[in-house]
Design a binder for this molecule. Structure first.
Ligand code: NDP
Length: 498
């Protein structure tokens, strides 16, 4: 039986003003899970107004950072107690294996703790202003931030944005993905339980084309922070740009995994598998292009193909499942179409490449983890983000060739380098035009470590001090400490004022 999810505005759960709703179905069984309120542009306006009132009356930003940090730490403790319940909800609505969701959510209290610590320790500056004046520069919150988030990590991505924004004292309106609204909504209730005043965090559920668009066009925002596809990012940033609203945008990727001949080959195969197929490949930093030095390419590929074929697909709630369904019918069709097009253009399927057969897979959006070879830059698969369990493996000759191929991409989000030679690791990481490079690892994330990309992968970054600063602006106070009288119009002498 489905549950009803409502908008959360000014501390209250409310239906959409026109009563409209949409449904969220399980990607594993097709069963309807939720009936979700579909916020109208008027509802978005009500939410932004509530957030602005909360900002103007200082009910959150007026609280000393030390006390704000205590509230965030209480929220972290509450969240730690609810990991199992939230992980189950995430698995039900997006189909990621429960083991993965538990591992991911168990880290999330760290974001509230980290940004609480940043709020307490952030300091202003006193730049030299010359004799006779003292310049005090503090960083102050921006106002109302609009957060638009995707479905692949519903709570992680909400948390990355929200913890920095709240720690800095902003008020928020969140638009979660239509496919994954349940846990972000639950988090807002938890934050209020921990002591975040009502009205500070508001959530408008709905579709991107209506609710998301209304939020990105709202002139009452002081910042817009989106994670999503690159085309969505362009649209949303253009809307915000018309109102001169600053944007942080975490967008698409096509991460290269570079395996050098001196790498520990078993570890590199395990790493490539992890890079490519965790979350059923539905991550922005998915290892989507595996580049292997020619002398070990065939052996690496043989091992990778064997391990890919052995991955266990199934019910994501089952303890031994390694690969769940894709999130939706559309997402599975995108993967199947990409495989068919790659084959038409000359690529060869080495593992997977099919919808699995059998009763266990008949109602969900399953697709076999897939490795393809013989891919060249003349094929669309080399450049296009597919966002599913599909990766390609190609050989390279030397460091220069590896870098040329890896950087031949419109995206610049992430990459990994597998080598036992520190010189190779450093030179190659220096040469990669991306925001994140892991050496002998992939997918690692920390609240203190910047997360963001170059080129079509976005603007700005999440995590770390930069993300906190991007939720603040400098406020400069210049104090005349000279004790000297000053009257510009009383004289014709040359006086200094600039
Ligand atoms: P989408 O771009 O489809 O959607 C992202 C969010 O934007 C959703 O909430 C969506 O609403 C909303 N949206 C869609 N259209 C508009 C619009 N016109 N105006 C305002 N809001 C809109 O991405 P997905 O949810 O499909 O997520 C996958 C994408 O996200 C991939 O490209 C992936 O690379 C990227 N991503 C990037 C990450 C990073 O850190 N760089 C991390 C994770 C994902 P709706 O509810 O209708 O979906």
């Amino acid at each position: 039986m489905s549950r009803t999810l409502l908008l959360h505005i000014d501390g209250k759960d409310v239906a959409a003003s026109d009563g409209a709703s949409f449904t969220v179905a399980s990607p594993t069984t097709g069963e309807t899970l939720y009936d979700v309120a579909h916020a109208t542009p008027a509802d978005v306006d009500t939410a932004v107004t509530a957030a602005r009132t909360a900002f103007d009356d200082r009910r959150w930003r007026g609280i000393a950072p030390r006390e704000r940090a205590r509230v965030l730490n209480r929220a972290a403790a509450l969240l730690a107690d609810r990991i199992d319940a939230y992980a189950r909800l995430e698995t039900l609505q997006i189909g990621r294996p429960l083991r993965e969701m538990r591992a991911q959510l168990a880290r999330l209290p760290e974001w509230l703790e980290y940004f609480g610590a940043v709020a307490q320790t952030a300091e202003g500056t006193v730049p030299d202003f010359g004799a006779g004046h003292l310049n005090v520069v503090r960083r102050v919150p921006l106002g109302v931030a609009g957060l638009i988030t995707p479905w692949n990590h519903p709570l992680l991505i909400t948390m990355k944005k929200l913890s920095a924004a709240l720690a800095a004292g902003n008020s928020l309106v969140i638009k979660p993905s239509e496919l994954g609204p349940a846990v972000p909504l639950a988090l807002v209730g938890l934050l209020e339980e921990a002591g975040v005043p009502p009205g500070v965090v508001n959530t408008v559920t709905g579709l991107g084309a209506t609710t998301g668009r209304a939020l990105s066009e709202h002139r009452g925002l002081a910042k817009l922070d989106i994670t999503g596809g690159t085309e969505t990012g362009r649209t949303v940033a253009a809307n915000a740009g018309r109102s001169l609203i600053p944007v942080t945008a975490e967008l698409g990727g096509k991460a290269p995994v570079l395996v050098f001949a001196d790498a520990d080959l078993d570890q590199a195969v395990a790493g490539a598998l992890f890079a490519s197929f965790i979350a059923t490949g539905q991550t922005c930093v998915q290892g989507a292009r595996i580049l292997v030095q020619r002398s070990v390419h065939d052996e690496f590929t043989r091992r990778l193909v064997a391990r890919t074929r052995a991955l266990r697909l199934g019910d994501p709630l089952a303890a031994d499942t390694q690969i769940g369904p894709l999130v939706s019918e559309a997402q599975r069709a995108k993967v199947a179409d990409a495989v068919a097009k790659a084959q038409d253009q000359g690529a060869r399927v080495l593992a997977g490449g099919r919808v699995p057969e059998g009763e266990a897979y008949s109602r969900g959006w399953f697709y076999e983890p897939t490795v393809v070879g013989d891919v060249t830059p003349a094929q669309d698969l080399w450049y296009e983000e597919v966002f599913g369990p599909l990766t390609l493996v190609v050989p390279f000759d030397d460091e220069a060739d590896a870098l040329r191929r890896a950087n031949d991409a419109e995206f610049g989000l992430a990459s990994s380098v597998w080598t036992c030679d520190i010189g190779t690791a450093l030179r190659v990481s220096e040469g990669l035009d991306v925001g994140i490079t892991w050496i002998n690892d992939h997918h690692r994330i920390d609240p203190a470590s910047p997360w963001g990309g170059s080129k079509d992968s976005g603007i700005g970054s999440e995590n770390g001090l930069d993300a906190y600063h991007a939720y603040t602006r400098p406020k400069s106070v210049v104090i005349n400490s000279s004790g000297q009288p000053f009257d510009w119009f009383a004289t014709t002498e040359d006086l200094r004022y600039s």
